[in-house]
Design a protein around this ligand. Structure first.
Ligand SMILES: NC(=O)c1ccc[n+]([C@@H]2O[C@H](COP(=O)([O-])OP(=O)(O)OC[C@H]3O[C@@H](n4cnc5c(N)ncnc54)[C@H](OP(=O)(O)O)[C@@H]3O)[C@@H](O)[C@H]2O)c1
Length: 201
């Protein structure tokens, strides 16, 4: 069976999005003049083979492209979807269609996008059906927490950025039980450390 992988750029204090000085939340922004969570997408000289316009350091490009090439579909929580300008009616991944998960109707879902309102398990099943045997990516701390609670996540990737954001949306929300992880690889790179874990069951 294809795997479910959830990878996020995360601050050292565990936030996947930050707040601007006026308190507004913005996708991936740090505080004030603080570095962004996604600087490492663009601060190298190795072009991504998957994402046009990304230029990463060589170790980041190797890891990032290998993960991205595994994906055949992506599930995003409704907040991620809305904070990302609805992905312009498409998907965050150039070759993997998007499934949005919510408990309710979401206005503006695009024709190329699928909305699932019957739970994270159904959203992941819909993504698997669309993924053509490839793996499923999972975006958003809330969606990830739901999927972890139901034992549906196989791998976790923290692209850990050396910044303390102090506030924002947490990567991991409250879980009802421990989840054990096994480190598969740790890749230090300029501006980011990639931590790739297997979720043990
Ligand atoms: N740093 C990164 O790499 C990265 C990556 C992705 C996203 N982000 C950012 O991180 C933030 C994510 O926010 P978040 O973690 O609060 O939210 P999220 O996971 O994107 O979305 C949470 C929402 O998803 C829906 N949902 C989750 N589990 C569900 C379930 N089991 N059944 C039905 N619906 C379910 C609910 O929508 P309803 O409330 O509509 O029911 C819930 O409120 C955003 O700001 C996003 O832009 C950062």
């Amino acid at each position: 069976m294809s795997k479910v992988i959830s990878g996020h750029a995360v601050s050292v204090d565990g936030y996947i999005s930050g707040r601007t000085p006026d308190g507004d939340e913005e996708f991936g922004r740090g505080l004030g003049d603080a570095p962004m969570l996604f600087d490492w997408y663009f601060d190298g000289d190795t072009p991504s083979r998957v994402f046009d316009g990304f230029r990463l350091s060589e170790p980041s490009a190797r890891l990032f492209d290998a993960l991205a090439a595994r994906l055949g579909a992506v599930v995003a929580g409704r907040v991620t979807y809305e904070h990302s300008s609805r992905f312009g009616g498409g998907s965050p991944h150039p070759a993997a269609p998007l499934v949005v998960v919510s408990h309710r109707p979401v206005p503006g879902i695009g024709e190329a996008q699928t909305l699932v309102t019957t739970g994270i398990g159904d959203a992941i099943a819909a993504a698997r059906a669309a993924a053509g045997g490839k793996d499923v990516g999972l975006m958003g701390g809330g969606a990830l927490t739901s999927a972890l609670e139901e034992g549906l996540v196989d791998e976790l990737v923290l692209h850990q950025v050396p910044i303390l954001l102090g506030a924002g949306r947490r990567f991991f929300q409250q879980l009802p039980k421990h989840v054990r992880l096994r480190l598969l690889q740790a890749v230090p790179a300029p501006g980011v450390t990639h931590l790739h874990y297997e979720v043990l069951r």
